[in-house]
Design a protein around this ligand. Structure first.
Ligand code: IMP
Ligand code: MG
Length: 179
């Protein structure tokens, strides 16, 4: 598995610093709000687990699973299918959507329009990684850990064909693995 990685983008230590910074900012911004952290499965599990422990104010958590890429590294269709819906009635909550990476933006765009109908007090996005140059819809992250160039990254929850999520750092895959 380690041999499949071309380059490490963010080490464990760097990720810890990034997540701690986001946690401090969110704790400050949401101190008078009714924070519900919504993790988009499966890619954001590790980020979510680390981020929530950096949050110093009361909060609740929930999980949602939608389909996006399948096994491909390109062509997110943008058609989201809910595989697992939220358990909580989100009315009145200040939602913070916790995502691993914002790429085209289609997935979250669809998720947000769907959740807006359920009358939350607010919805914001916290993404660990952002590939702004890949965006095809008008969507930005309110909280973003780090930008990555247009390369396929794995680790710290992010997969290629469901593998590599358990790498403790973010790395870029060798092109021969996915081409
Ligand atoms: P979007 O709808 O194009 O923004 O797709 C976002 C989703 O695609 C993310 O939540 C990831 O699951 C997946 N994705 C996009 N880029 C990468 C990558 O570089 N590595 C792993 N997964 C990715
Ligand atoms: Mg994802």
């Amino acid at each position: 598995m380690l041999n499949d990685i071309e380059k490490v983008y963010y080490s464990c230590d760097e990720l810890h610093e990034i997540v701690a910074r986001l946690g401090r900012q969110i704790s400050e911004d949401y101190k008078d709000k009714n924070l519900l952290m919504v993790s988009i499965l499966k890619g954001s599990v590790i980020f979510m687990a680390d981020l929530m422990r950096e949050i110093t104010i009361p909060c609740e958590i929930d999980f949602m699973c939608v389909s996006s890429y399948g096994n491909e590294t390109e062509n997110s269709s943008g058609i989201v299918k809910i595989i697992k819906d939220l358990d909580i009635n989100i009315e009145g909550y200040d939602l913070l959507i916790v995502e691993d990476i914002l790429d085209s933006g289609r997935t979250l765009n669809n998720v947000i329009s769907l959740l807006k109908h359920r009358n939350p007090a607010s919805i914001r996005i916290c993404t660990l990684l952002d590939k702004p140059e890949r965006r095809v819809v008008d969507l930005y992250a309110d909280y973003s850990g780090a930008e990555v160039p247009d390369a396929f990254v794995v680790g710290y929850g992010l997969d290629y064909a469901q593998k590599y999520r358990n790498l403790p750092y973010i790395g870029v895959l060798k092109e021969e693995i996915y081409s």
